[in-house]
Design a protein. Structure first.
Length: 312
């Protein structure tokens, strides 16, 4: 019976490819969509439409709506990961270039270590993981330090974008760990649909409450922004997010979080190539330093997880 539960290696590789490449490109798609659509309305439309489509697809294929208790758990993880996590990214990209935003999000695996209290005895008993954490966060300081850096200290909007995005990244890690350690009895598609509907509904409510609808008009939409939202719904939310939720159920959170190694590289390259974003040498060095710390942490976490898997 255990063999039946083992996922296909090809399917796992395809899911990781979706996270690595597709999610790396969504940073640029968000930046394009934000040119014509306010952040909460854009995020709300993206998540709510994707969630409804996915829920309808799941029901059409005979999947049952989870119980009230399970739905509550799923909605809470959706609030933390999608509304707070991805929502903070959308809001922050009003003020931060997509490449810079991706570099900040690259710290996600470091937050997994800090927030995963159940594994502290393993993580913090090893000098490598501690060194990796220090190196990773030193890279963040390097990103915004120095004369030729991205000036964040003297720009309140950029500073707010950075702080909100960092907080959202922490929320994503907390939500992911909650989803892993408090699983709800439901299918991957149903979980993803409820999470996105929850985040979409909350985003739309916030958007209307703060008056975003007063500065939005369908007449101002360009073809680029419409295509960007469609891309975010289909590839970013439906394909990418489903892949993430499914991988959390079959692989350790630390391993799933390795998409943060590749996403910033893809995002920085696309931002430079398509959106003419300026990437300085210091920012590239900061990215390398952050990824070095993240990889050090990831290598130790993967090794530490093996003996535990054998005990279960």
């Amino acid at each position: 019976m255990e063999n039946l539960k083992q996922p296909s290696k090809l399917l796992v590789l395809a899911a990781f490819a979706a996270l690595y490449i597709i999610w790396g490109s969504t940073y640029l798609a968000i930046a394009i969509a934000l040119k014509d659509i306010p952040p909460f309305l854009m995020a709300g439309a993206r998540f709510f439409i994707a969630g409804i489509l996915l829920y309808a697809w799941a029901r059409f294929h005979g999947e049952k709506t989870p119980s009230g208790k399970a739905t509550g758990k799923i909605a809470l993880s959706g609030f933390l990961m999608v509304f707070m996590g991805t929502g903070s990214l959308v809001w922050a990209e009003q003020y931060l270039p997509s490449g810079i935003a991706a570099i900040v999000v690259a710290t996600l695996p470091l937050w997994f270590v800090i927030m995963d209290k159940r594994q502290w005895s393993n993580y913090f008993s090893n000098k490598i993981v501690i060194l990796g954490l220090l190196i990773g966060f030193a890279g963040v300081m390097m990103l915004f330090g120095g004369k030729n850096s991205f000036d964040i200290i003297h720009d309140k909007n950029r500073l707010a974008g950075f702080l909100v995005l960092m907080f959202g990244t922490i929320c994503w890690a907390i939500g992911s760990l909650y989803s892993k350690y408090s699983p709800a009895d439901s299918s991957t598609a149903m979980k993803a649909s409820i999470q996105m509907i929850t985040a979409g509904f909350l985003s739309l409510v916030v958007g209307f409450v703060i008056g975003e609808h007063h500065r939005f008009s369908f007449d101002q939409l360009t073809r680029e922004s419409v295509f960007a939202v469609i891309y975010l719904i289909t590839f970013g939310s439906l394909i990418g997010y489903m892949s993430y939720v499914w991988l959390l159920s079959v692989r350790p959170p630390s391993l799933v979080g390795t998409y943060a190694y590749v996403n910033p590289v893809v995002a920085v390259f696309l931002g430079w190539l398509i959106a003419d974003e300026i990437i300085t040498r210091q920012q590239i060095i900061a990215l390398i330093v952050i990824l070095a710390g993240v990889i050090m942490v990831g290598l130790f976490k993967d090794r530490a997880a093996k003996p535990q898997a054998a005990d279960n």
